[in-house]
Design a protein around this ligand. Structure first.
Ligand code: AMP
Length: 405
């Protein structure tokens, strides 16, 4: 019996954590540290179904983690006696360097910091989370699991931007892709649920959360994905624009006199659904649409139009598609998004069963008809479990994972 794995996901102003039994897959305890750096910080902690909360200013990520560890000691389970086998850290950008789970050393931390130029919002927060946790747990393996890793195998034609090749090479400009842990986990679950060999399946995975991305996967290998150098490209998201004409950036610079940080903020935090109609949560969007709000209706239509474009592109990229899977907050819950994304595609062998689609069921399940050539599924993602399993391989009694870079 292995000890549990602590999984830490440090975002720009929040930290998610879970203590996971990586064998059974059960989350023993979990929590969310929010509003770091603001006066009204909050930590919500759950241990075996019981919720507890801490409110008060949280100066920085290091203090956030320290307070979270104090919650473990107070509310359970006490980490000092939990026998933690490993700590898994979600790291957003692995650049060209990291493409598999990697045991964290001082050199690895330095390299993750160096990659901050590619992920200025995320990698610095990941580094603080790693350094804080390593101080608290100096004797267990800490393992970085990279959001970009699964897309390391993208074919050259999918990862290359058609810009000056020397400029691209000098600045690391290429498609990296993100949400890789989720795309890999979900595509693996699709094969499990269907009792099929993953190596034989051509899959489209639609990770639709507040951030959203699509991928085309052939036999377990990622062939294309919608996010690019950064998580800004591709689908319409909660607050991100997804694809736009790059000329818009220059136009705004010149005509609206916005500097690069203001444009960055506009496209990452003030666009997408929120930019179009003021809300980024699909439940609120639905309420607005039901109340006759025209801007919300247009936002929804733009969202679905973009999603269908990517599905069409990946059907052709893969040639033959066996499965389409929806996952993450929107993909798992928004019945109408799934129905509208795949409406009218019977000629392409895609037939949604509307009753199956509308069924309230938390488990991974098929929502296409029995006669549909393409099997459509809803598959709950579980990035924390995937990270825990990857990290546990580095525990003293784990399987190990060969070369780490
Ligand atoms: P994620 O980033 O995967 O946590 O997804 C978060 C998003 O999922 C939220 O912003 C909502 O838009 C959406 N979401 C969560 N629950 C529901 C629900 N019950 N119905 C529709 N959308 C939901």
């Amino acid at each position: 019996m292995n000890g549990p794995v602590l999984v830490i996901n440090s975002g720009s102003s929040s930290i998610k954590y879970q203590l996971i039994d990586a064998d059974g897959g059960e989350a023993i305890a979990s929590g969310l540290v929010e509003r770091i750096g603001e006066p009204d910080g909050v930590i919500g902690h759950r241990y075996r179904g019981a919720d507890s909360e801490h409110r008060g200013p949280i100066a920085d990520h290091a203090e956030g983690l320290r307070l979270a560890f104090a919650m473990f000691a107070e509310a359970g389970m006490d980490l000092a006696s939990a026998g933690i086998a490993a700590v898994g850290h979600r790291v957003v950008h692995g650049g060209e360097v990291f493409y598999r789970p990697t045991r964290i050393t001082a050199d690895v931390v330095a390299e993750i910091s160096r990659l901050s130029a590619l992920a200025p919002l995320h990698n610095p927060a990941n580094v603080v989370g790693i350094e804080s946790a390593m101080r608290v747990f100096p004797d267990v393996p800490h393992v970085a699991v990279f959001d970009t890793a699964f897309f390391h195998t993208l074919p050259a034609e999918a990862r290359t931007y058609a810009i000056d090749a020397a400029v691209a090479a000098a600045h690391g400009v290429r498609r990296y892709g993100f949400h890789g842990t989720s795309h890999e986990y979900v595509s693996g679950r699709v094969a499990e649920v269907l009792g099929r060999d993953n190596a034989e399946l051509n899959q489209i995975v639609l990770h639709l959360g507040n951030g959203a991305s699509a991928s085309a996967i052939a036999g377990g290998r990622a062939m294309d994905t919608s996010m690019g150098l950064t998580p800004l490209e591709g689908l319409v998201m909660g607050t991100r624009s997804g694809d736009i004409d790059p000329g818009i950036v220059m136009h705004l610079r010149r005509s609206a006199d916005l500097d690069v940080d203001a444009i960055d903020d506009l496209l990452n935090r003030g666009s997408g659904l929120k930019g179009l109609c003021g809300v980024n949560d699909f439940r609120e969007l639905r309420r607005l649409i039901d109340g006759g709000d025209g801007a919300a209706r247009l936002a929804y239509d733009v969202y679905i139009h973009r999603l269908r474009k990517y599905i069409g592109a990946y059907l052709v990229t893969l040639g033959r598609v066996d499965t389409i899977a929806f996952t993450a907050g929107v993909g798992e819950n928004a019945v109408e998004v799934r129905a509208d994304a795949l409406a009218g595609l019977e000629a392409l062998g895609i037939e949604i069963d509307l009753d199956r689609n509308a069924a309230k069921d938390r488990a991974a399940r098929v929502i296409s008809t029995d006669s549909s050539r393409v099997t459509v599924l809803v598959v709950p993602t579980n990035e924390e479990l995937a990270i825990a399993r990857a990290a546990r391989r580095f525990a003293p009694d784990g399987e190990g994972d060969g070369p780490q870079r």
